[in-house]
Design a protein around this ligand. Structure first.
Ligand code: GLN
Length: 256
């Protein structure tokens, strides 16, 4: 027995540096790391539950499932929405998932996965506002948005509007509540979730959802291999029911 042990130890000494795992398991083959950037004030896609530092939401569960499918360990990094694309370009993160709409402009800067969710923009006003019935009534008014978003783009297209761009959606909603602005323009599922979580006491939506926008997972421009691997994993999750499970958990019913 002792001899066997000595032999094993000698073997370990000889090849231990080359073979991961020899030496009691401390040198386990390292799992590949997927560094994921997000901006977590976008419930129910990415947010932190009160009192928790953990990132939760549809996007977070989806990217963890995609990472697992691809054999990666997923690390979530919190940054400003407008910092995500620069972080991809600087290779500080590998992917960005942040309810990011696939737009022609962004396609020039990053490569997107296949769409994974269909969204759209909506106008939110204070409950006691009976003047603003749709985006057409926002001319010359004050609008709060999150910086770098399609909501900001939409707000800036409104004639004579005074647009305040905040770092987070939370700040934009607070500004509306404090009556610092007349409206917020943000993604419809996010506004819907905010209203359902208590926001409806003070706010409401007006008009209908404006143009459909597809969310995509962004990777550094030209990293087609990673985008293809993500698409493959996404397709597998759609096939094996995992995507539907995550979708149902956050949105109730499964859109087909
Ligand atoms: N879907 C919007 C966009 O891509 C908003 C995203 C966000 O605020 N996280 O600009």
């Amino acid at each position: 027995m002792k001899k066997v042990l000595v032999f094993i130890m000698a073997l370990c000494a000889a090849v231990g540096m080359l073979v991961a795992g020899c030496g009691g398991g401390e040198k386990k083959a390292e799992q590949k790391l997927l560094r994921v950037g997000t901006e977590p004030t976008f419930a129910p896609f990415e947010f932190q539950k009160e009192g928790s530092s953990e990132y939760t939401g549809f996007d977070m569960e989806l990217i963890r499932a995609i990472g697992k499918q691809m054999g990666y360990k997923v690390e979530i990094l919190n940054m400003g929405f407008d910092a995500l694309i620069p972080a991809l370009n600087a290779a500080n993160i590998d992917v960005a998932i942040a309810g990011m709409s696939i737009t022609e402009d962004r396609k020039k800067a990053v490569t997107f996965s296949e769409p994974y969710y269909t969204s759209g923009l909506i106008v939110m006003v204070n409950k006691d506002n009976n003047e603003v019935k749709s985006i057409d009534d926002l001319k010359g008014k004050k609008i709060a948005v999150q910086i770098g978003t399609t909501g900001e783009g939409k707000a800036r297209s409104v004639a004579d509007a005074k647009v305040s761009a905040f770092n987070t959606n939370t700040e934009a909603a607070i500004e509306l509540k404090n009556k610092g602005v007349d409206a917020v323009i943000n993604d419809s599922p996010v506004v819907g979730y905010y209203l359902a979580q208590g926001g409806a006491k003070d706010a409401k939506t007006v008009g209908s959802v404006m143009e459909a926008e597809d969310y995509g997972i962004a990777v550094k421009k030209g990293n087609d291999k990673l985008a293809a691997d993500i698409n493959k994993a996404l397709a597998e999750l759609k096939k094996n029911g995992e995507y539907d499970k995550i979708y149902k958990a956050w949105f109730g019913e499964v859109k087909k």
